[in-house]
Design a protein. Structure first.
Length: 128
């Protein structure tokens, strides 16, 4: 028995569609099949099948902070450490490093890379 289907329209740049069609043809499918595969994975896993991230440098809070630091540096109200950081930011970095070292010293699990971490997290999910 076939599930009821519906029409789903997507707007995209023509060049993106052309590239999608070219890729799909090369792997023996069409764009409709590829988009259906994407939708099924999202519906099944309840997440996008790739990472979506915002570059932290361009975060509004960071831009505001950088503007204040620039103003403070220009006015002489702020100084940089020998490492090129504000004293406050350098203190945060040191504290974060100390917490990480303490966690490892207390037996916290470490990972060689993000893929190893993701594999461990996936295994934990499977155990639940």
């Amino acid at each position: 028995m076939s599930a009821e289907t519906t029409v789903f329209s997507v707007r995209m740049d023509a060049s993106v569609k052309d590239s999608l069609d070219e890729f799909c043809a090369a792997v023996g499918m069409n764009a409709n099949t590829a988009i259906n595969m994407f939708a099924r994975v999202v519906a099944r896993d309840k997440r996008l099948p790739f990472d979506v991230a915002i570059e932290p440098f361009y975060d509004e809070r960071n831009i505001k902070h950088l503007g204040k630091v620039k103003t403070d540096l220009e006015s002489g109200a702020a100084k940089l450490t020998e490492n090129g950081y504000t004293p406050e930011f350098e203190a945060e970095l040191v504290a974060e490093a100390e917490r990480a070292y303490a966690a490892v010293a207390n037996g916290a699990k470490t990972y060689k890379n993000a893929a190893e971490l993701r594999k461990a997290l996936d295994a934990e999910d499977d155990d639940e």
